[in-house]
Write a protein that binds this ligand. Structure first.
Ligand SMILES: [Zn+2]
Length: 455
């Protein structure tokens, strides 16, 4: 009888199905021919596990110092900003946008340039374990189509959105859609192209992308809400990121970002709101109620947001949250470093940062998160926000994963015998994994980056 088990992986694996639960699987995971996890058996020596491994077409045994983890879901990343990674971080957000970012994004009218960047970026991100990325592209349809094609060819799960922006003062005249009608027509056409590119594999999907309220006219925002109904695509935008951006919306409408996005029909199930640092309690209730979520971009926020996301308050309010690199506002690609940043900034929020203030008034009690919460958000949390069936090792989930060799990292990671139990190894992986330690990356049951000793 032909087996439907394509791959059997044996070894030690971690996943965080809920924010407060790290689970170690020391056993066997099997993957069917469609890339879906079929079985999870916790004891590799059990008769069931042995039978499953024997039926598999391919077998992969992790080394004792390797661990397998669910693939990372980057819920917010600006693809065209890749060439300015690590630069301009001393500028206020509005200067960073107008003096650095918009001029760079305007260059993507040149498809050769776009192709060069995508060919460098997508494989790099995959190599860092980013199996899913929610991309802002530029305003250009050709560059956006090429980005979708690059993700499809490399086998990265992705949402790809052509940016819509037409505001006469919120955007420079040399980098904007000429009118709301033009923006809507380009967005409709681009969403159709991206959907077509991803139709066969199911990996790549379009996402409607009004840049943020300050960059869009009322007419465009209203039209994008209608377009989301028409084409059935998800939406991404920025929300209450910084003092400047938050105040801009308040001045224009007398209401919050969240309220206005809802009024324009953009706050929907699966809508990705980047940042959300300044959302109020009532905003949070509205976001949760609509089934939208927040992409927490901790490093970018440290540079540009003027405050720290009240993550614990949002999670307690039932808001879905994922982690975003926010390349290039966040100067570090890959999500494990972002997990570490999310933990650091939560501690700063809890304790406060100004030593001249009495400790009992300095911070916001109850704000801290740990490695498990951060990793959950970077995997299962982000996936749930996007409605994707990835992020955990459970039967029925799609097999997106990456392997870490704890002996290979140049960052000082090592498992010390008699000292490190599995939960400590997990913490070390979150904090100390260097790019060189990520040895193989899988999307939909197929090896997409690195090597694995599959026989
Ligand atoms: Zn952003």
């Amino acid at each position: 009888m032909m087996s439907s088990i394509e791959l059997a992986v044996t070894g030690r694996m971690f996943h965080a199905p809920t924010p407060d639960r790290l689970e170690t699987i020391d056993g066997v995971v099997t993957v069917d021919t469609d890339g879906v996890i079929a079985d999870v058996v916790h004891d590799a020596t059990s008769p069931t596990a042995i039978a499953l491994v024997s039926q598999a077409r391919k077998r992969w045994r992790l080394l004792p110092w390797e661990r397998l983890l669910p693939g990372l879901v980057d819920t917010h990343i600006h693809a065209p900003q890749w060439p300015q990674l690590g630069t301009g971080l001393d500028l206020p957000l509005e200067n960073w946008l107008f003096d650095r970012t918009f001029p760079l994004e305007a260059r993507y009218a040149d498809v050769g340039f776009a192709r060069d960047v995508w060919e460098h970026m997508v494989p790099t991100l995959l190599g860092l374990g980013t199996t899913t990325a929610v991309y802002y592209s530029s305003i250009h349809e050709d560059a956006t189509r090429l980005l979708a094609q690059r993700c499809e060819v490399s086998g990265q799960r992705a949402y790809v959105g052509r940016v819509a922006m037409d505001h006469p003062t919120g955007t420079p005249e040399w980098y904007r859609d000429e009118s709301a009608d033009v923006a809507l027509e380009r967005s409709r056409r681009s969403a159709g192209e991206v959907a077509e590119i991803g139709a066969a594999s199911g990996l790549v999907k379009p996402i409607l992308t009004p840049r943020f309220i300050p960059a869009c006219s009322d007419e465009l925002l209203m039209g994008m809400g209608r377009l989301a109904d028409e084409v059935g695509a998800m939406v991404q935008t920025h929300c209450s990121e910084s003092d400047w951006e938050h105040a801009n919306v308040r001045q224009r409408f007398g209401r919050s970002d969240t309220e206005m996005l809802d009024a324009f029909g953009l706050l929907r199930a699966g809508t990705v709101l980047a940042h959300g640092n300044l959302v109020s309690t009532s905003d949070a209730a509205l976001i949760g109620g609509r089934g939208a979520g927040i992409a927490h971009c901790p490093l970018s926020n440290s540079y540009f947001a003027n405050c720290v996301l009240p993550l614990r308050r949002l999670l307690d309010a039932g808001v879905r949250v994922g982690i975003g690199s926010d390349v290039a506002g966040g100067a570090s690609p890959g999500l494990l470093p972002q997990c570490a940043h999310a933990i650091s900034v939560s501690r700063m929020l809890e304790d406060g940062v100004d030593g001249s203030i009495d400790s009992d008034r300095r911070g916001v009690p109850g704000s801290r998160i740990d490695s498990v919460v951060a990793f959950h958000l970077a995997t299962a949390g982000g996936a749930a926000m996007l409605g994707l069936n990835v992020g955990v090792f459970t039967p029925g989930s799609r097999f997106d994963a990456f392997a870490v060799d704890t002996q290979r990292s140049a960052s000082g990671m090592r498992e010390w015998s008699g000292i490190d139990d599995e939960s400590r190894v997990f913490e070390k992986i979150v904090h100390l994994t260097g790019p060189e330690a990520i040895t193989s990356v899988w999307v939909d049951g197929r090896l997409r980056s690195g090597t694995a000793a599959v026989v």
